[in-house]
Design a protein around this ligand. Structure first.
Ligand SMILES: *Cc1c(COP(=O)(O)O)cnc(C)c1O
Length: 377
């Protein structure tokens, strides 16, 4: 079965991990420091990233670091991996969904504007498939409401909008380094921001709530070197050195990964153009996406049949995503099918075709032929 996504691991990745295993640090050590600086550089940020154990942990950390709590509302998209929403619920927030743009599947600033209240604390957009959100418009709406813009960039590290790198578009940005994503640490994630306050809170949160900054300690006595203070709740979300070393080595090939993902996208686009039953991924002017998915839409009502046809021919397609508000956990809270027609239609038509750097042109052409012959039949 051709997978829909797959990691790219080479001998240099294996050597980088082995070198850490032979050294003195397994967990937080020099490889984490280096990886945090490198991620910040890709994201256009001065201060090091805060690495964590997953994209989910990154979302939880980011919500905690922006001070999300009970009584706050977080506006997000239904067209995402559900953790974008549920991680805010861990902090006690109420989720408010808003619909997406028909072309990109990204959170629609107009829909967000209609959903803001005086309780809105965070607007959380997702760079669906790797195409950046309309951050200027979403920031404007969020900031006017006194809220922050969070960008779930699990799909889009190394992308940009109008020349501004993903990581510098929103107030706080999260990444995932899961194997199917654009680079991997097996499990892993990171939070980046231009706000020292958000980064400091994120670092405390992912380090079980240790307050490391002496200036913030309650005690200004000459305490022993064993001394530390805990001022807030946190969790152990530390990414180990072993995995950070893999991430750093992967980053040396990020431009290659991006180029190949663009080539795969271009080849699908050419091979599937001019078929009225198909809608190809949109690419807005000014956006330089890091394509994580190839989200094909089939608009003749035969998504299920095409999906099953591709799977029967050993093509491991996926659906990204089941609308989050359709999940029972949200139905219990009163969300109903039909409330977000654009996201729901997108989801009902979508099939993610195989997309990863080591996909061959022959693989791509076989998928294109299977789709074309199905639609024509
Ligand atoms: C993968 C993903 C996550 C979660 O990342 P993990 O590393 O799997 O925890 C969050 N949001 C989106 C949009 C994702 O695709």
């Amino acid at each position: 079965m051709l997978p829909y996504g797959r990691q790219s691991i080479d001998e240099s990745d294996i050597a980088a991990v082995a070198a850490v295993l032979r050294g003195d640090w397994l967990t937080t050590g020099p490889a984490v420091d280096a990886f945090e600086r490198e991620i910040a550089a890709v994201a256009g940020c001065e201060e090091p990233a805060v690495t964590v154990t997953s994209g989910t942990a990154a979302l939880h950390t980011a919500y905690a670091a922006t001070g999300v709590g009970p009584g706050d509302e977080v506006i997000t998209t239904p067209l995402t991996f559900f953790a974008t929403a549920t991680c805010a619920m861990w902090q006690g927030a109420t989720i408010v969904f808003a619909d997406v743009c028909e072309d990109t599947g990204n959170l629609d600033p107009v829909a967000v504007e209609a959903a803001v209240t005086d309780r809105t604390k965070v607007v959380a957009g997702v760079d669906y498939a790797g195409h950046p959100i309309d951050a200027p418009a979403l920031s404007k709406v969020a900031h006017a409401a006194g809220a922050v813009l969070l960008e779930d960039a699990a799909h889009s590290i190394a992308g940009s909008l109008d020349g501004v790198p993903v990581g510098s578009l929103a107030d706080v940005t999260t990444f995932s380094f899961f194997p199917t994503k654009n680079l991997t640490t097996a499990e892993g994630g990171a939070v980046v921001s231009h706000s020292a306050e958000i980064l400091g809170a994120a670092r405390d949160f992912k380090s079980i709530g240790y307050t490391r900054d002496r200036a913030k300690w309650c005690s200004q006595e000459d305490e022993g070197v064993w001394y530390y203070e805990v001022h807030s709740l946190g969790l152990n979300y530390r990414l180990p050195d072993v995995l950070a070393a893999l991430g750093s080595n992967q980053l040396t090939r990020i431009a290659k990964f991006k180029k190949r993902r663009q080539e795969v996208t271009d080849r699908y686009n050419q091979g599937l153009a001019d078929i009225p039953e198909l809608v190809l991924p949109a690419h807005r002017p000014g956006a330089d996406p890091m394509w994580h998915l190839y989200p094909l839409r089939i608009v003749d009502g035969r998504r299920r049949e095409l999906f099953d046809h591709l799977r029967a021919n050993a093509v491991g397609v996926q659906v990204n995503y089941i609308p989050v508000h359709h999940q029972p956990i949200f139905a219990e809270l009163g969300w109903r099918k039909g409330q977000f027609p654009i996201a729901e239609a997108y989801s009902a038509q979508e099939i993610s075709l195989p997309m990863f750097p080591s996909l061959t042109d022959d693989d791509i052409d076989r998928v294109i032929d299977l789709v074309r012959s199905f639609v024509r039949a």
